[in-house]
Ligand binder design. Sequence first.
Ligand SMILES: [Zn+2]
Length: 264
Amino acid sequence: MELISSILDTKFPIKKYDEKECEKCDHIYTLYETPRGIIGACKHCIDQQLINELNVTTKEEREKRKERKFIAAFERVTEDLQEATIESYEPIEKSQIKAKKIATEYVASFDGIHSLIFSGNCGLGKSHLSFAITKALRQKGYKTLYIKVTDLFDHIKNTYKPDSKINDLQIFKMINGLDLLVLDDIGSEYVKANEYGHESWASDVLYKIFDMRLNKSIICSTNYSESMLTEKYGNNGQRIIDRMMDLSTAIRIEGESYRRKERF
Ligand SMILES: [Zn+2]
C-alpha cells in the first residue's frame, strides 16, 4: 500500500529546495520547489510589512497627534511633580487617606462629567494628586491638561501680543475639547483690584472657562476656602463657585505639610 505522504507528494509536489538568508533582514527562510518554480519568502519581512501598513497614520490620527501636541505645549510641571503617581502619594492624615481614595476611584470610574475640588494648605499634595490623575487618565487615552491657573492666564495674555502665533480662541477651543481640565492653584493668580476691589479680567476668564466646561470634568485645587474665593472674584465670585461645585466632589486636605518631611 502506498503511503499517504507519497500520494500527497504526487498530487502536491512541493519539496523543500533550499534555505536562504534574507537580503533585507538576515533571517533564514526556506525555499520550496513547486511545479510553478522555486518559491519562498522571508516571513519576518512579510510580517514587518504588514505591521508597517497597519501603522500608516490616517488623517484622523495625524489630527489627533497634532491636537495632543498642542495641548502638551501648555503643560508645565515642576520637577518634583514629574514622577508623581496616585500610588506614590503617601497619606498621613485621615483627610489625605480619603483624598487618595477619591483620586483612585475618580480615575477608575472617570466619566468626563464629574469634577473634583482639592482644597487645603500648601504642601499637602493637592498638586501631586491632581497631576497624578491627569497622567493616569492620559495613559488611558483621555485628553487631559494639568495647568496652573497663573500659567493659563499668562498663555492667554501672551496671545494678545502682536507677535503671538496663536490666538486666545484656539486656547479656549482646546480647553473646551479636553476630557479633563486640571486647574491647579486657583486663587493664587495676581488679582489687580478694580474700583470695586476686584480684578474683572481674571474672574471673567475663569468664569468663561467654567461656563464652557459645564458638565465636563474639571479638577480644581486651591489653598483658599469657598468664602475666600467668592470674595476674591467679586461680581463673578458666586457664579464661579457655583460652577466649580457643579457635579463636584470637594475634599479639604488637612495635616502636616506633605512636602516638609522630604526636606533635607
Ligand atoms: Zn527578511
